[in-house]
Design a protein. Structure first.
Length: 315
């Protein structure tokens, strides 16, 4: 078998396989009929690949398909039952064209054909693939790798596009934090910028964001705190590992050290006027689990409110 032959046979059988599959996916008999008919035509096209140049046109594809099925059966690729099941198709195709959208007979034939025809076709595809694998192993594996490579590349490109859209949407919003992630534990080598709604994150053992690694990273959250009314406000910070909390440029909490979540709580109460003031949180994770959370309360802000939108705006 030449490679071109293989490609043609494989394409025709794959299309037949897909058409039968589509037929199983729909409860509507008319759609099922179309799928089955397409499968038969594809099988016919497959049979004609071996036919001489003056072979009958595609209009005779059902006949050609039967010839193919007989041959496949003779070569023990198909079992006799499979062929009988596939053969049961054609009369019902004609019924469908006569009666339109619904035919009880078609439903019966469809169930029968699909349940037997699918495994039969699958075996044919496998036999063809085995042929190629044995006769041209390098070509077989090269094609397989190329197909999978193209699929993986498409998924990767779609994922990058999606990530870019998410990041852009987060940064373009007026509310929420602007976050810079660093490829070190010392706020050096910035690697990614994100928009985030709240400062309440439990990363567990995972990385905080693509393309940051799981350990040895740091981050800086920047924003403007919208103070709703004058009064005393309390801020509670926890982190695994270290953190620093700044308000209006002043360092109010400094626990920049390796620590566990339970031992990390810092608390500060401060009197604030209504309006907007700069707020900044720095955090690093050395190894293992990572988490950071800032809550606040005071005035109309209920207890344990995570610090974030709508009371945080972009700097
Ligand atoms: Ca840690």
């Amino acid at each position: 078998m030449t490679l071109a032959d293989y490609d043609k046979r494989h394409a025709a059988l794959t299309e037949a396989w897909r058409a039968l599959h589509r037929a199983t996916d729909t409860p509507e008999s008319s759609a099922a009929a179309r799928g089955l008919y397409a499968a038969l035509r594809a099988l016919g096209a497959y049979a004609q690949l071996d036919a001489p140049a003056d072979a009958p046109s595609r209009a005779a594809s059902e006949t050609a398909a039967y010839a193919l099925l007989d041959r496949l059966c003779a070569e023990s690729i198909l079992e006799a039952d499979d062929v009988a099941a596939l053969r049961a198709l054609a009369p019902h195709m004609k019924e469908v064209s006569r009666f339109g959208a619904y035919s009880e007979a078609l439903d019966r034939a469809g169930v029968n054909l699909v349940s037997r025809g699918l495994p039969a076709l699958w075996r044919v595809v496998n036999v063809l693939q085995d042929d190629l694998r044995r006769s041209r192993p390098r070509a077989f594996y090269y094609r397989r790798a190329r197909r999978w490579g193209a699929g993986a590349l498409a998924v990767f490109v779609a994922w990058i596009a999606w990530q870019t859209a998410v990041v852009a949407a987060g940064l373009l919003r007026d509310d929420g934090w602007r976050v810079t992630y660093f490829h070190s534990i010392s706020l050096k080598r910035p690697l990614a910028v994100r928009g985030e709604r709240e400062l309440s994150r439990d990363y567990g053992l995972r990385a905080p964001a693509f393309p940051i690694r799981r350990d040895r990273w740091s981050a800086r959250w920047e924003g403007r705190l919208v103070v709703p009314e004058p009064g005393e406000y309390t801020f509670v910070v926890q982190g695994d590992d270290g953190y620093r909390f700044y308000l209006n440029g002043e360092l109010l909490l400094d626990r920049w050290r390796d620590q566990t979540w339970r031992a990390s709580m810092g608390k500060v109460a401060i009197r604030l006027e209504a309006g907007e003031i700069p707020v900044m949180v720095e955090h690093y994770d050395h190894k293992g689990e990572a988490a950071i959370r800032v809550r606040w309360t005071g005035g109309p802000i209920p207890r344990d409110t995570p610090l974030g939108a709508p009371h945080i705006r972009k700097p």
